[in-house]
Design a protein around this ligand. Structure first.
Ligand code: SF4
Length: 376
């Protein structure tokens, strides 16, 4: 994580003088980041600083703001009612990312984006205790508004979460990343309750569209090392980018994954073609002038996102589902945000009932991660 300026919320600074655990967490961050912290009383100062830059998104990736999360720590994922949703739960640990994917939705989602770390492991712990108290299975992830493991080299938070989840039996933690930042997790007693998940793509797409991320070979080597330590894994083919020869290239990625890890260690695989809010396109054009990612055959979906023309999506999915079923027949494969026709023409079924996809994922988590099956 290369940070040029580090800001700390003045309220948080006062609190840490009274709270030893908070003090240790913030000292750890400061020592790892290696910048002298600047105190800031009003977050608008940071927004103004970022907005004044020629390229606010690039600048925002180098300015870290350590603050408190003032909203809900545990939240329902904001899926849509139009496309089948997986009923995921988000643990809100921070926002934005230091890597720089051309297609990243976070560039257009926040105005401006701010790299925020929400300090307070006790707050995460309390929110999780409440969630764990529910009589249901939960799949909880930190990778919705940030990359889960960009924080691992500078914060004790990922390791803390792994150990927190190890002590209960109705939830799995999914840490989703494009990094190889797993060092502090390797020797933890995770009790099978953490799924380490990699977003994967073809080497061509990683090279052209995923600046600052780890190479595919490095991601898979890290996945293999984690599997050797007993961690369960997941892979997310998202976004699939359609280009000439992409079907063969994605099939090769699938085969390479299973050259590295056994199918029984993989809890689920999601697939989803590139989709984007129309307001992302001018940002990609300006920030990534060499990228062609936003120039495919797109139509506006019912959720107001641009998606590849449906026959193109179905054609690619059919090929990839066939390969996945050959090389990893027992692994649950699902779509994030696809409709009935796509499911039926590619998977041969549609999880139509409310909560059915979520239930399929809960069952996979229960079976592979040792959750309490009575809660299914
Ligand atoms: S790794 Fe994820 S969060 Fe980070 S820039 Fe890429 S898409 Fe965005």
């Amino acid at each position: 994580m290369k940070i040029s300026r580090l800001f700390i919320d003045t309220d948080l600074e006062k609190e840490r003088n009274r709270d030893e655990s908070l003090n240790r967490e913030i000292d750890y961050l400061i020592s790892k980041i290696g910048r002298t912290p600047e105190m800031v009383g009003d977050s608008r100062e940071i927004y103004d600083l970022i907005n004044a830059a020629d390229d606010p998104v690039t600048v925002a990736k180098t300015i870290l703001y350590i603050t408190r999360n003032r909203g809900a720590v545990v939240r329902e994922c904001p899926g849509t009612s139009i496309y089948t949703c997986c009923d995921y739960t988000i643990l809100h640990t921070g926002t934005f990312c230091t890597m720089d994917c051309s297609y990243c939705i976070l560039q257009a989602y926040f105005h401006p984006p701010v790299l925020q770390y929400f300090a307070g492991l006790d707050i995460l712990s309390n929110g999780l205790d409440e969630a764990f108290g529910q009589e249901k299975i939960l799949r909880i992830g930190t990778g919705e508004y940030t990359d889960s493991l960009i924080w691992e080299p500078v914060s004790p938070m990922p390791a803390f979460l792994v150990e927190k989840f190890a002590g209960q039996k109705n939830a799995v933690l999914e840490l989703k990343t494009k990094t190889v930042n797993v060092n502090s997790l390797m020797d933890l007693d995770h009790n099978g309750k953490t799924i380490l998940a990699w977003s994967v793509n073809t080497p061509a797409v990683i090279g052209s569209e995923e600046k600052g991320t780890a190479a595919l070979s490095a991601r898979l080597a890290a996945a293999r090392d984690c599997a050797a330590k007993g961690y369960k894994l997941a892979f997310h083919f998202d976004p699939l980018v359609i280009y000439p020869g992409c079907d063969i290239a994605y099939a090769n990625v699938i085969r390479t994954i299973f050259d590295h890890v056994p199918p029984e260690d993989v809890v689920w695989i999601s697939i989803g073609t590139f989709r984007f809010m129309p307001q992302l396109k001018p940002i990609v054009e300006k920030r990534f002038p060499d990228s062609t990612i936003a120039y495919g055959e797109f139509i506006l979906g019912l959720d107001n996102k641009m998606r590849y023309f449906k026959p193109l999506r179905i054609g690619l999915y059919q090929k990839l589902v066939r390969v996945l079923r050959q090389v990893a027949p027992g692994v649950l494969v699902y779509y994030c945000m696809e409709d009935q026709e796509v499911w039926e023409k590619t998977m041969g079924f549609f999880p139509a009932k409310d909560g059915e996809l979520g239930h399929m994922l809960d069952k996979a988590a229960a079976d592979k991660c040792g959750l309490d099956r009575r809660l299914l």
